[in-house]
Design a protein around this ligand. Sequence first.
Ligand SMILES: Cc1ncc(COP(=O)(O)O)c(C=O)c1O
Length: 433
Amino acid sequence: MTRIIHRSLRGTLPVAVAAEGLLVTDSEGKRYIDASGGAAVSCLGHGHPDVLAAMHAQIDRLAYAHTSFFTTRAAEELADTLIAHAPPGIGHVYLVSGGSEAMEAALKLARQYFVEIGEPEREVFIGRKQSYHGNTLGALAVGGNEWRRKQFAPLLIDVARVSACYEYRGRRDDETAEQYSERLARELEAKIQEVGPKRVIAFCAETVVGATAGAIPPTPGYFRRIREICDRHGILMIADEVMCGMGRTGTLHAIEQEGIAPDLMAIAKGLGGGYQPIGAMLASTKIVAALQRGSGLFQHGHTYIGHAVASAAALAVQRVIERDGLLEQVKSRGRHLARGLCGALGGHPHVGDIRGRGLFMGVELVEDRATKKPFEPRLKLHARIRAEAMARGLMVYPMGVIATEADLDTIVERLAAAIDSATHVVTTEEETK
Ligand SMILES: Cc1ncc(COP(=O)(O)O)c(C=O)c1O
């Protein structure tokens, strides 16, 4: 019997014993294609020799030094690398251990910034529906996933909320994508007026939506309009790129493709590629300068911030991405994957939408394509597809790892078979009821 509080307290999990490249092997010797990089994490695949070597070298020199007393070369070099490739205006890095911590740090720094510049009346965040920013209380509060929030709602700060940018379900037939972006921008403006423009701290959004709705890119012009509105009211913009960032969409940061820069950004997952738990908050020079002039400290901190081995691992991952030109490969293989998915699933009666950017692709399943009616949640179709895919030796979630074109073809083939089988089983079960 396991003593671990696993994600599900029922059922058992295979035991992973080894992993190399795209493949994870369990204790029975069965091999799985890690098509999702776990939860969009293992961007270089498993066992990359350069990352392992960098980690070994760091451990041999220094595994950990507390950040109250020391900085380390690994953390400094990682921060320099991240800033060298960051969106314009971003000048500082706060290294944490994962995505939720990165979002918590962004929320707290945003609030502290306004306290320091003499606008303490700013106390409300605006988030979006169907979003996910992490499971700690602050990040959970800003997120808009009703199921994850429900039982903890009494513990969460009040957050104002606007619609997600979700073209497949949100855009009306009589609107262009640009008009839809404009309608959403006006909704944000109206929400700001309702809350009171001087009371809003920041608007938080995933640049490309991940876990809650499945690889949804923004519509054209959406983020430019959001940026304009935030600037007009002196409101900060927080981009959550924990899942979509660090190369997954074909550019290091997904927001680069939108032609704007946020004030604060959360990154994690692909930052360390799963070799170490690491995340980071990236902050604009404007914000950090205000604290430097003011109190002189960011009132935050965790024991493992700036961890030396985690920093060395992330630095190695980022160097491989650059040295091997992986962003270009994400773009070209992303096109291959999109073609494969559209070819194999485009005509499937239960596939409503195939979307995404680069190797961050999602397939939305519907009971009825014409009405876009989703499957009943009680049927737990997602769990069945995961089980069908695992049975075929395929791990799926949003796409993540650097796979060859042949790997991608196998992934599409196994995913199509898993979707076919699971949707067939649930529709037959419902018909025979
Ligand atoms: C967009 C986004 N933000 C935040 C998080 C939380 O990150 P973590 O699970 O590393 O705490 C996730 C995790 O999936 C995420 O997808």
